[in-house]
Design a protein around this ligand. Structure first.
Ligand SMILES: [Zn+2]
Length: 180
């Protein structure tokens, strides 16, 4: 069974946001919430072991990978903004991008079923037009194979590379703006 972009690669988006926006806008607590939002959609993989079929609305890449779920997750996480000393609007934006990026990155993969991006309003599953990321094996041990290396190479190119570019751009812009 194959399914996901590797879980580590989902962390690239919140890490890039944190670097780009800086610690004043994204304090450590908010970064931790964003990291959680970026990987939480794969909680539906538990359903595979509970007998929920892959193509079920609550199956893998179903509801928890949708954009409405990302909005709800970001909204819930924003309630914790005061506790992590973040501005609520910033917290919502960072958490929304982190959560929504999960389903969108999975929609760039070249295997498995598509993503139910609009669940629960529609259970139709989608891929993006560019399926450039090699789908990842579900078993971590399978990453240490020839195919696993191809997966990692594709994720370096299409996930980590662009995220690093965003992070460096943000760092440069903050540098140009000077110390606050
Ligand atoms: Zn996923």
């Amino acid at each position: 069974m194959t399914c996901l972009a590797t879980p580590f690669s989902h962390l690239a988006v919140p890490l890039a946001l944190t670097m780009a926006l800086g610690p004043d806008m994204v304090p450590a607590g908010l970064m931790a919430l964003a990291l959680a939002c970026a990987v939480l959609p794969d909680i539906d993989a538990v359903g595979l072991w509970l007998g929920i079929p892959y193509d079920h609305p609550f199956g893998h890449r179903g509801f928890t990978h949708s954009l409405p779920f990302a909005v709800a997750l970001a909204g819930g996480g924003t309630l914790l903004a005061p506790a992590v000393e973040a501005q609520p609007l910033t917290a919502f934006g960072v958490l929304l991008v982190s959560a929504a990026s999960h389903g969108l990155l999975d929609a760039l993969t070249n295997g498995g079923l598509g993503i139910a991006l609009f669940s629960p309003f529609s259970h139709r599953r989608y891929f993006l037009p560019w399926r450039v990321i090699e789908v990842s094996p579900l078993r971590p041990s399978a990453l240490f194979s020839r195919r696993g290396l191809r997966v990692l190479r594709a994720e370096m190119r299409w996930v980590w590379g662009p995220c690093l570019a965003v992070a460096l751009l943000g760092l440069a812009l903050r540098g140009l703006a000077g110390p606050l």
